[in-house]
Design a protein around this ligand. Structure first.
Ligand code: HEC
Length: 255
């Protein structure tokens, strides 16, 4: 009798211990990068991060400008090749590159390379005929580009979201504070929030600036709040100029 009870009790304890251990939650600790290939000298870190953010935003705008063409079911080849995209992208940021240091140029070249890779990689998707929505938009390009760029450079570019759709865009603690700051400060606060941190033993420079909505974004991120958008996500209930996410750049500092 006692033995039976003991067996029952230990089975129960085991089961409840297993139930208490949560699954599918973020692992505690660690950093998104631990091997920092390209770095910026401390004196250049702010300008380098700023240039990276600006260059990514310029690319987002170009991709957005072609969104209508991408969803046109009557078109096959959209002519939006990696080469075509890269040419426009370089032209859009030419002015910002004039004062770039050799190290900044080297890093931005890798950004152009990563961005182009992603457009090349999406050609089959973009060029499908007879289908409207092909699941391609600036935020998706940026997510894929960020992964390619980080792989090559160790510089982390991401776009943490206010209510993220892709789990890649989950904000870390610093990013969450930045999101809260911009929401509280209102529409006119666009000054980047910057900081340094230690990722493992590496000093990194962090740059975050707001991504705000324009009217064209509201079909998915706007009102009525909670109603499904065309992709089945619940609309955010936001308005033009509201914060939707952050352009977040983290670059290692070389001393
Ligand atoms: C067709 C619906 C749609 C429209 C229009 C749209 N988005 Fe999104 N947005 C999405 C989806 C889907 C994702 C997730 C993309 C991914 O990573 O696959 C996303 C992701 C984002 C993210 C990253 C955070 C997150 O939610 O994962 C930002 C920032 C963002 N969008 C901003 C914008 C801005 C700014 C505009 C207008 C210029 C815009 N979006 C227009 C559907 C849309």
């Amino acid at each position: 009798m006692f033995r039976q009870l003991a067996t029952f009790a230990s089975a129960f304890l085991l089961a409840s211990a297993a139930a208490a251990e949560p699954v599918g939650v973020p692992a505690v600790g660690g950093f998104p990068e631990s091997f920092f290939l390209d770095k910026a000298p401390r004196a250049e870190a702010a300008a380098t991060a700023e240039k990276l953010a600006k260059t990514v935003i310029a690319a987002r705008m170009i991709i957005f400008a072609y969104a209508g063409k991408f969803v046109d079911p009557t078109l096959g080849d959209k002519g939006f090749s990696g080469e075509f995209f890269e040419r426009q992208w370089r032209a859009a940021v030419e002015g910002d590159m004039i004062d770039a240091t050799p190290n900044q140029k080297k890093i931005i070249e890798k950004l152009f390379w990563a961005g182009r890779q992603v457009i090349d990689n999406n050609q089959d998707r973009l060029n499908v005929k007879g289908v409207g929505w092909k699941n391609f938009l600036p935020a998706k390009w940026e997510r894929e580009m960020g992964q390619v760029f980080t792989a090559r450079t160790g510089i982390v570019i991401k776009q943490p979201g206010r209510t993220y759709r892709s789990p890649v865009n989950v904000p870390d603690a610093t990013e969450r504070k930045a999101l809260e700051h911009y929401i509280k400060a209102g529409h006119d606060e666009n000054k980047p929030l910057t900081s340094t941190a230690l990722w493992s033993k590496q000093t990194v420079y962090r740059h975050m600036e707001p991504i705000r909505l324009i009217p064209a974004c509201l079909g998915c991120h706007g009102n009525p709040k909670g109603e499904p958008d065309m992709l089945g996500f619940k609309k955010d209930g936001l308005e033009a100029n509201d914060l939707i996410g952050l352009m977040s750049v983290t670059i290692a500092v070389s001393d």
